[in-house]
Each structure stands twice: as C-alpha cells, then as structure tokens.
Design a protein around this ligand. Structure first.
Ligand code: DGL
Length: 274
C-alpha cells in the first residue's frame, strides 16, 4: 500500500501549482495528476455538478489504487470535500483560501481574496470567513476570465493584466496589505500580480502548506513511501492530450511529458475509454 500512488486533481492545470510543492516535499512518492479539462472551468458551475465530477474522479482514482487523494482545487474542495470524506474511505487533503493566515498576518486589517465565484458562494467559505476573519475587512474578487486564459497558456496576456488590474486596484486603494491566492490556477500569473501590487503587499499561496499537510496525513496513516522506488507523476487529462502535454512541460519546466487521456461516460471516468 505504501508504494501506491497519491491521486491529485483539479479542473485543469491549476493543481500543478500544488503538485510542484508535493513533489518537492515528497520526492519519493508516486502521483497521478488528473486535469478535468473536459469540464474546466469549475468556478462558474453549480455545486451539484462539481460534486458529481468529484465523486466520479474519486471512483476513478480508487480503481487506480491510490492511497490518498489531494483535491488541488479550492472550488471542488468547497463544494465536495466534506461529502467525499463521508462517502469514501480514503485519506483526503483539500484546499481552502488562506483566510486564517492572511487575517493573522495583516497589519492594515484589510485582506484581499482572489478565488472563483464557486468558492465565494460556498458555505465552507462563509464558515471560514465567519470564523477567522473577525475584525478584518475582506475584499473578494472572482477574477472572471482568468482561469480560461491560464488554461490556454496565456499567462501574460492583455486579458490577464486587465482582469487582475480590475481586481487588485480597488483592493490596493482600500489599503489591503495581504492577498490570498484562493484558486490554484492563480499562482501561475504571480509575476503579473506582483507587478501590480508591488513589494509592500504579502501574497499567500497555500500550496506549500497543503503539501506539508499531505505529508502529515500520510505519516498519520502510516502510508509514506519507503523510498525503495523513485518518485514520479502520471499525467492524465479529460481534455486534449497534445496541448495538455505542452502545458505540463511549460508550467512544471519538464521536457517530453507523457500524458494519457481519460473519458467521461456519464458519471464515470476511465482511462483511454477502457
Ligand atoms: N483551480 C480551481 C480552484 O482552485 C478551479 C478553477 C476553475 O476551474 O474555475 O478553485
């Protein structure tokens, strides 16, 4: 069991910003990264749809004998994580916007959260802000249109600059000094965000903490790989293989990434239609 892979999924390439930290912190683990690009973006879909996709993906990973599952998507975690934990006997690690660390770190008492509309609309996010953002003013922006730009590999386009400028300018004017990357796609446009907010603003990407938590969960369940085999990643998409391979190579700095495709049949997912 310890040598079994860890499943990681997102609506698309966003979760690769988490995978890179998982690989850095858990180098002898095997990962299977699934990008549900057939359904991206999740951010504008209903919670019901996202729950259905997340259940199908979890079943799929169980068939591939994963020992744990990292939901490398804030939107899917917000909609489906508590249900997945109830329904499946598998250790899960999820994502949530880093409201708590942001509220602890801010000096101005004003924090900005960049996440999807789906995440902002969730009960999980409402609970998070009610519990941890007491006494702090929270500015939110769903960055509409940003995920499709990142999925298309346009990390520095005019549209990316426009969406982020529109989101961040009012936050800066209000005195926000801490910005949370509440969507796993957004760290891939970090240089644009930094260019707009400058160096006086702290930007929080929760991915390193999520990778650390994954190590903690594996240790708790006695599931850490023993290092007798080298680590690695199997890349799977429910979209088109060729552009996905180029995205993986570019975003992770790899060359010659081998990718596989998976196909949805109703609620069920299988590799290469098998
Ligand atoms: N990367 C995802 C997240 O962390 C979802 C992006 C999307 O598909 O809208 O929320």
């Amino acid at each position: 069991m310890n040598e079994h892979p860890i499943g990681v999924f997102d609506s698309g390439v966003g979760g690769l910003s988490v995978l890179r930290h998982l690989q850095a912190q858990l180098p002898v683990e095997q990962f299977i990264y699934l990008a549900d690009q057939g359904h991206v973006p999740y951010g504008s879909r209903s919670a019901q749809e996202i729950i259905q996709f997340s259940q199908g993906i979890t079943q799929f990973f169980l068939q591939l004998n994963v020992k744990a599952l990292v939901v490398a998507c804030n939107t899917a975690s917000a909609a489906a994580l508590s249900l997945l934990r109830e329904q499946f006997e598998l250790p899960f690690v999820g994502m949530e916007p880093a409201v708590k660390p942001a509220a602890q770190q801010t000096q101005s008492g004003k924090v900005g959260i960049l996440a999807t509309g789906g995440t902002f609309a969730s009960a999980r996010y409402a609970r998070l802000t009610a519990e941890y953002a007491k006494g702090v003013t929270v500015w939110e922006d769903p960055c509409v249109g940003l995920v499709p730009e990142i999925e298309a590999g346009r990390l520095d386009s005019l549209a990316v600059h426009q969406v982020l400028r529109q989101a961040l300018t009012p936050m800066l004017a209000a005195g926000v000094d801490t910005i949370v990357m509440g969507c796993t796609h957004y760290p891939f446009v970090l240089p644009v965000v930094e260019g707009i907010v400058g160096t006086a603003v702290t930007i929080i990407d929760p991915a390193p903490a999520v990778a650390r938590q994954t190590g903690v969960v594996l240790r708790q369940h006695n599931l850490l790989a023993d290092g007798s085999q080298p680590g690695g990643v199997r890349f799977i998409t429910t979209g088109a293989a060729e552009p996905y391979a180029r995205q993986v190579e570019r975003l992770l700095g790899l060359s010659g990434a081998g990718v596989e495709t998976a196909v949805w049949h109703g609620d069920q997912l299988s590799v290469n239609g098998n």
